[in-house]
Ligand binder design. Structure first.
Ligand code: HEC
Ligand code: HEC
Length: 274
């Protein structure tokens, strides 16, 4: 009985250790590591906006004009909100070297910290959509499939590989877009894409659709235990820890017990005689 308890204890300990490794946080948008002055609570919203404005003056104003009113080179930013700014910067569409009507996505040009500042500044210019809370795990896959086919497939294709639109524009492939940017695109409506506001697709619909697009990005589930899809190396590590680690502990326990019994036998007569 006590041995069972001890084994259960070992497993609980192993589970706690696994819980302590940063498995679940691989996708987490935890606050960016940034300069020392960015410790939480020390940078006020005004400071963020102000330092975002400085970045804007050097890299964006030439096209988007004073306070984002727009120019003949680029649209106004006054209704983009944090969703639009974050989307354009994280997909690398902005900044741009030469104005075009459909900026291509590129590797992200700014650090997370700089993006936070620029986003705060653009959001302060007017009234636009906020960055949505995207919770992929809370999405319903089947419902997401229905909503995707009804609202998105006409432009992005049923398998999300994208497709041509009129005027030489195209709806890009969705196969390598991050979940948060999928949600932001819906709320903001980049370029020719319509805006899907909360009145059309609520937060649950949004999670459902994102879940479905993420599923299209990796439809072949290799099976096995889902460990947050963090990849083979950490998953293998967990198998080692649980499988081998557990076995070693159990074996040690059994042999310790035998050794103790043998020792007990050897002592036996002495003790009996005393
Ligand atoms: C060379 C000119 C140019 C520069 C510099 C530039 N942009 Fe743009 N921006 C554009 C054009 C053109 C569009 C519209 C094209 C598109 O939507 O793909 C655009 C679109 C945007 C949009 C979406 C607007 C909307 O309502 O559709 C945002 C947000 C944005 N830019 C932010 C920025 C920020 C922030 C910077 C500075 C880091 C920046 N841009 C620098 C030309 C520029
Ligand atoms: C009328 C056609 C149309 C519909 C409908 C549409 N989109 Fe789009 N979508 C576009 C176009 C065009 C772009 C590219 C905009 C740009 O870069 O200027 C785009 C861009 C995107 C992007 C950014 C992709 C990237 O490479 O960064 C995502 C994500 C996206 N759409 C998701 C959706 C989802 C989800 C739906 C359904 C809720 C949807 N779209 C419905 C036309 C459409």
């Amino acid at each position: 009985m006590s041995r069972l308890l001890a084994i259960a204890g070992c497993l609980t300990l192993a589970a706690a250790l696994v819980g302590a490794t940063p498995l679940a946080t691989a996708q987490d948008d935890s606050p960016a590591e940034s300069g020392p002055e960015d410790v939480e609570g020390e940078v006020s919203e005004e400071d963020l906006v102000e330092s975002g404005r400085e970045l804007y003056l050097t890299s964006c104003i030439s096209c988007h004009g004073i306070e984002g009113v727009g120019s003949n080179r680029a649209p106004a930013l006054t209704s983009d909100g944090s969703a639009g700014a974050d989307f354009m910067l994280r997909t690398g569409r902005m900044p741009l070297a030469d104005p075009t009507n459909q900026a291509p996505s590129k590797p992200q040009a700014y650090s997370d910290d700089e993006i936070k500042r620029l986003v705060a500044y653009v959001a302060s210019l007017g009234d636009g959509p906020d960055i949505p809370d995207v919770d992929v795990a809370a999405g319903d896959l089947a419902r997401g499939g229905e909503l995707y086919r009804a609202n998105c497939a006409a432009c992005h294709n049923a398998s999300a590989v994208g497709g041509a639109l009129s005027y030489g524009d195209h709806a890009p492939s969705l196969l390598s877009v991050e979940p948060l940017q999928i949600g932001e695109a819906m709320r903001f409506g980049p370029g020719e894409m319509p805006v899907f506001g909360e009145d059309i697709l609520d937060d649950q619909d949004l999670d459902d659709i994102v879940r479905y697009v993420v599923y299209l990005q990796a439809p072949d589930d290799p099976g096995g235990l889902s460990l947050g899809r963090v990849g083979p190396v950490p998953e293998g590590f967990v198998a080692w820890l649980f499988g081998l680690g557990g076995l070693v502990l159990v074996l040690r326990w059994i042999t310790m017990d035998q050794r103790r019994r043998r020792a007990g036998k050897a002592l036996g007569p002495d003790e009996g005689g005393a």
